[in-house]
Design a protein around this ligand. Structure first.
Ligand code: ATP
Ligand code: MG
Length: 258
């Protein structure tokens, strides 16, 4: 994106260390890790299963505590009190005792905001293909539907930073394309910053300004790839020569790791 250097940073990792601990000892994931994401950017993170993608999000929201370094959200340090982010975890974590509508509207309740009322949330549920399910409970939904409720809940957080952990992995191909397009529209309107974890290279290319690739674990930096596409984008832009080449390169990198 033009002028990215002059923009405020939505997110920054400075020399961050983190390891898990199990009976056998420490499992290092981040080692002296640095990362910056400019305000308003759309960044995807890809990497092999178990490489530490979700861990990055868990550190940002404070579900895990870094062992060294600093993490900044909107240029304020995420220390004991994590900043406000919209977070869609890899498991949907819907509350089983709340209906679809009550789950989706949770951020509004927490913020005691009235500008989005039941009617608005209901319209959004309709746009997400959940019409008629407002008063159902999570156990009555399919995996893809639960994912869409969780995704909607994250987008209603009102935060300028959205962390989406494989939000569309359980959706069928058509719904996935619809949700990708919807997400880009929202992002453009709200000028939010999105960090998006995915295993789907085409999805990362279609959505992102930049792709961060985890090439080894533990990691110190992530390999950064600029996506050579203007906006607005159409799905068939992925057929362009330079994008198709990029996709093949990325696929090759992952193939070598399996
Ligand atoms: N609570 C935990 N205790 C110990 N090890 C953990 C814990 N959570 C995750 N790990 C390990 O840390 C590594 C990174 O996990 P993480 O969930 O960040 O991977 P990921 O890249 O999101 O994988 P996936 O693509 O499968 O979701 C994995 O090897 C995992 O086994
Ligand atoms: Mg994960």
């Amino acid at each position: 994106m033009n002028g990215e250097q002059n923009k405020k940073l939505a997110l920054q990792f400075k020399n961050v260390d983190f390891h898990y601990r199990n009976a056998a000892g420490e499992i290092p994931i981040l080692k002296n890790m640095n990362l910056s994401v400019a305000d308003g950017g759309f960044v995807s993170i890809i990497g092999a299963s178990g490489s530490g993608k979700s861990t990055i999000f868990r550190l940002i929201v404070g579900l895990e505590e870094r062992t060294g370094g600093s993490i900044y959200l909107n240029e304020k340090q995420v220390a004991d009190r994590p900043g406000k982010v919209g977070y869609m975890p890899q498991q949907d974590l819907l509350m089983p005792w709340r209906t679809v509508l009550q789950n989706a509207a949770l951020p509004l309740e927490l913020q005691k905001e009235n500008h989005l009322d039941r009617g608005t949330v209901q319209n959004l549920l309709e746009a997400f293909g959940l019409k008629g399910y407002e008063d159902k409970y999570p156990h009555e939904l399919s995996g893809g539907m639960r994912q869409r409720v969780s995704f909607l809940r994250a987008t209603l957080s009102g935060s300028n930073v959205l962390l989406l952990d494989e939000p569309f992995s359980a959706l069928d191909a058509m719904t996935k394309l619809f949700m990708q397009e919807w997400l880009l529209e929202q992002w453009e309107q709200q000028q939010s910053t999105i960090l998006f974890i995915t295993h789907d290279i085409s999805e990362a290319l279609f959505l992102s300004d930049r792709i961060f690739v985890i090439t080894e674990t533990p990691f110190t930096t992530l390999k950064e790839i600029e996506v050579p596409l203007e906006r607005p984008r159409r799905q068939h832009d992925l057929d362009k020569k330079e994008v198709a080449e990029l996709k093949n390169n990325l696929l090759e990198q992952f193939r070598m790791r399996v």
